[in-house]
Design a protein. Structure first.
Length: 135
C-alpha cells in the first residue's frame, strides 16, 4: 500500500511540475519568440532562453511522468536544475532581461518549485516509518 501511494504521489507531482513548466515555457516562447530582451508573462519576467528551458523541462517531464521510477528521476533532475538556477541567480543575478534574473516571481518558481520537486522525490511519505515499524 505504501509503494502504491508513493507511486501515485511521484506521478502526480511529476505531472503537475511538467505541466506547469510546459505551460509557462510554451506561453513564454510564444510571447518572447527569439527576442533578446525579457518580457512580462503574468507575474514572471521571462527571458527567451529561460522560456525554452522551461518548455524542454516540461516536455521531458510529460514523457517521464508515466512511471513512478521515471517520475522520481525527472523530479530529482528538474529540482536540481531549478534550485541551481535560482541559487546562481541570487549569487550572480543580473537585470530583468538576464536569464539569471532576480525577479521575485521567477526566483520563487525556481527555488520553491525546485525544492518541492526534490522534497517529493527524496523524502519518505509521512507515516512510512511508523508503517515499517509495525510490520
Amino acid at each position: 500500500a505504501q509503494q502504491a501511494e508513493r507511486a501515485r504521489v511521484l506521478i502526480a507531482t511529476g505531472r503537475f511540475a511538467s505541466g506547469l513548466l510546459f505551460s509557462l515555457g510554451l506561453l513564454g516562447v510564444l510571447k518572447t519568440g527569439t527576442d533578446e530582451g525579457a518580457l512580462e508573462l503574468f507575474t514572471f519576467t521571462v527571458n527567451p532562453a529561460a522560456a525554452w528551458i522551461w518548455l524542454v523541462l516540461g516536455l521531458v517531464g510529460i514523457a517521464m511522468s508515466v512511471d513512478a521510477g521515471r517520475a522520481q528521476i525527472y523530479l530529482v533532475g528538474t529540482g536540481a536544475i531549478l534550485v541551481g538556477w535560482g541559487l546562481l541567480a541570487l549569487a550572480l543575478g543580473g537585470g530583468a532581461s538576464s536569464m539569471l534574473t532576480r525577479d521575485t516571481s521567477t526566483l520563487a518558481l525556481h527555488l520553491v518549485g525546485g525544492g518541492a520537486c526534490l522534497f517529493v522525490a527524496l523524502a519518505p511519505l509521512p507515516g512510512s516509518a511508523r508503517g515499517a515499524a509495525s510490520d
